[in-house]
Design a protein around this ligand. Sequence first.
Ligand code: URA
Length: 209
Amino acid sequence: MSKFTVLDHPLIQHKLTIIRDKNTGTKEFRQIANEIAGLMVYEITRDLPLRDVEIETPMGKTIQKELAGKKLAIVPILRAGLGMVDGVLELIPAAKVGHVGMYRDETTLKPHEYFVKMPPDIDQRDLIIVDPMLATGGSANMAIEALKKRGATSIRLVVLVAAPEGVQAVQAEHPDVDIYAAAEDEYLTDSGYIFPGLGDAGDRLFGTK
Ligand code: URA
């Protein structure tokens, strides 16, 4: 069974409250969603492996640390996942960015893949999928499947708000994928929204309806 971790750092909780508020407008929502994503990735990269490296400061030679493990790639699920990418890139500017596009069939409510573009060395990277809302888990599961099909072996899922149903669905299908959320909310409504949630993350990020 994979790990599910709620990252309840006070700054993350405070910022999440601001974007949950229906009176928060597009500009602030967009900025703060990115800030939360950056803080979350800061927390989850604590365990990245380091190795010794010899460098020379203006004062002389010294052994210091540098990152040693696999390279990272961030993979937003379109379109709302785009709202978390810049915040992550601020911390890890050299990360590659893959994209996975899903649309939801309005009658069956099932997700369909329409676009996948990944870095070529996907099998040698730690992949961080980002999507603000983990609702039913349908899109996340399809995105994970799409990446595994193309050779991915190391995947983590980072969301702002998770519904218990979504966490269970991903853990059941992908027990190797750890999930990180800024909050676990109460339940999914009949129309597939998370309660209390923050509404439609894509619409709030992009000012659409
Ligand atoms: N997607 C959203 O944007 N919001 C929800 O509450 C659930 C899915």
